[in-house]
Design a protein around this ligand. Sequence first.
Ligand SMILES: Nc1ncnc2c1ncn2[C@@H]1O[C@H](COP(=O)(O)OP(=O)(O)OP(=O)(O)O)[C@@H](O)[C@H]1O
Ligand SMILES: [Mg+2]
Length: 289
Amino acid sequence: MTKTASKPGRKAQGPVKGPARVLAVSSGKGGVGKSNLTLALAYALTSLKRKVLIWDADLGLANTDVLLGIHAKHTIHDWLKGEKALKDIIVEAPGGVSILPAASGILELSEISQDEKSRLLSDFEGWTLDLDFLLIDTAAGIGQNVIFFNLIAPEHLVVITNEPTSITDAYALIKALSVQYDQKAFYVLPNMVRDLQDAKGVFRLISDVAGNYLPDVSLDYLGYVPKDEAVPDAVRRQVPFYTGFPQSEAARKVTEVARALAAKEPPAGGSGGLSLFLGRLGLSPMAVN
Ligand SMILES: Nc1ncnc2c1ncn2[C@@H]1O[C@H](COP(=O)(O)OP(=O)(O)OP(=O)(O)O)[C@@H](O)[C@H]1O
Ligand SMILES: [Mg+2]
């Protein structure tokens, strides 16, 4: 299917081929910058004329709305319970990015009934058709929710830092997804590094380990984001650093990452259609039940 600029609500200037690209952003280790980078990446892709939805999938400690200083009236729970339509839950953040907020402190996927799973899948089909990118900001760790969202998403972005614990935990996530769930390709995004050399060094560490022990896995370096005071500054002001500090080095590097990501060829069969979700869910009972 080819999407065109004439579609209502679409911002792309030229035709954008294929359905939405769905990416899960994860890390293994917590606090490495997933939520901030997902938000920044969403704004950077929006400025490249892509229509982007962030699914705040940190079901335990949702915080995309906090980073944006917005209040989500309804949450994914209202949708799953059938009390609200997906369109009533999605929040339009300033600047053209849409957010599907999670609720904090509750919900394990094991608690979602089959009916609710079906609703999740069929509603999502409609939404992804109108999007270029769906970015899923997942929780820390490699628990069932993180695995589930990585199975929904055909593309996986792993954020790492130059701390050994980050490398170890990211490797554990990649290993679980590849060995147990047959996911073989991952983008790697070093964050909070000093410079290009530091970023390349940390990428080399993880790719050497993966090369030795997971030879069928491919890791794709996507660029890097430096450690930058603009990020915590923006967090304190509850604005995305990308829009609050557009001249910062972190924002500039995120623009490069967004360009690199937009230029990537999504994996074959990696569509956002219902068949994809159903196909992926064929694997999910292992993770969900
Ligand atoms: N490039 C950066 N430079 C400086 N600080 C950063 C950078 N990226 C993230 N941070 C800081 O790191 C902290 C964690 O960021 P964030 O909440 O985005 O991480 P996370 O991976 O989503 O965490 P969690 O695993 O808890 O969901 C924040 O205080 C943020 O300000
Ligand atoms: Mg987070």
